[in-house]
Design a protein around this ligand. Structure first.
Ligand code: XMP
Length: 326
């Protein structure tokens, strides 16, 4: 198959005016391609699928059906935001599937990272397929493919994304942002009126918190990780670091250590803070976090997340460490 190539004459979308022009042009193209037929989209809530959803809602409204699969490994508040923004504010046809139990039951006892990824990716396809087969008259599948996906892989959405879809689906593709770079997708997202934090969200791996709840995932440790991660993000937001640090998150390993609470010794989990800067994710440097902020984060995590009694900071660049732990 011939690779799609971005024309050299295509202007980089850096302003609202350029984004508005792009949106108008895409609305016409989408309408011409789709006509009065129905379109399906797997909406993860990430930047690319959210922008595609917003564009399609503008172009064809209820001819679009979005399916949001909550695999139980989302960050705190993410699925809720998808429901709020797309289901309520934009009044989209949104099917929300809470498949948490299916994923966590399958993952129980599985500690090998690639096996975990395979289970999550495979189950995602199954759930999406099941939902798609309940719908009638779908002719098109929309995807948030962006230009780096085409440059870096074989033209499908990033090869290790959980967003990979069933190969035997007989749909024609609608890929309105496939010639855009990430920064352009963000400018378009803002011009479409999507929330700033959705559009400027840091990268989040398809398998979600699954690769940060290290080893075999348990519900209690996953819950502790999600809460601790929400505190880290909240503090980064409040202290102006959210826009400066490329990726920051908490990982929780399997081991427990002893702490003391109310005069009693008890065992708790450890939250590891990772905050890195990079341009292409191939190498990464460690972001210096002011000590007073680290103290606040440690204090909040250990007090607000009952099961965590220690906070570590990972100071390993990439290489030698990868950005994620698994
Ligand atoms: P590493 O850990 O390889 O990560 O240094 C580089 C970038 O890729 C993201 N990442 C993933 N993204 N599915 C994804 O969609 C995955 O399985 C996956 N593993 C890593 C990671 O968050 C970082 O931005």
């Amino acid at each position: 198959m011939e690779k799609t190539v971005r024309p050299e004459t295509m202007e980089r979308i850096t302003t609202k005016a350029l984004a508005d022009a792009f949106i108008e042009e895409q609305i016409k193209e989408i309408r011409a391609q789709v006509g009065d037929k129905k379109v399906l989209l797997a909406l993860s809530g990430g930047v690319d699928s959210s922008v595609v959803a917003a564009l399609l809602i503008k172009a064809i409204g209820k001819q679009l059906t979005c399916v949001h699969v909550n695999h139980g490994l989302m960050r705190k508040g993410e699925s809720e935001q998808v429901i709020e923004v797309f289901g309520k504010e934009l009044d989209a046809n949104l099917i929300y599937v809470d498949a948490t139990d299916r994923f966590l039951d399958l993952l129980a006892g599985v500690s090998e990272p690639e096996k975990k990824r395979k289970i999550i990716g495979g189950e995602f396809i199954k759930v999406f397929d099941e939902e798609a087969s309940k719908l009638e008259g779908i002719r098109f599948l929309a995807q948030g493919t962006i230009y780096p996906d085409i440059l870096e892989s074989d033209g499908v959405k990033a090869h290790h994304n959980v967003g990979g879809l069933p190969e035997d689906m007989q749909f024609e593709l609608v890929e309105p942002v496939k010639l855009l770079f990430k920064d352009e997708v963000r400018v378009v997202g803002e011009a479409l009126g999507l929330p700033h934090d959705m559009v400027y969200r840091q990268p989040f791996p398809g398998p979600g918190l699954g690769v940060r709840c290290l080893g075999a995932i348990t519900r209690d440790r996953l819950h502790a990780l999600r809460e601790a991660d929400a505190i880290l993000r909240d503090e980064f937001d409040k202290n102006g670091l959210a826009g400066k640090v490329w990726q920051y998150f908490i990982a929780v390993p399997e081991f427990k250590s002893v702490g003391v609470k109310d005069g009693k010794r008890y065992e708790g989990w450890t939250a590891i803070i990772r905050a890195v800067n990079t341009t292409d994710a191939m190498t990464a440097t460690i972001e210096e976090i002011p000590y007073p902020l680290l103290h606040t984060i440690c204090d909040r995590i250990t007090h607000e997340v009952g099961d965590i009694n220690r906070v570590f900071m990972d100071i390993t660049p990439k290489p030698i460490g990868t950005i994620e732990f698994e």
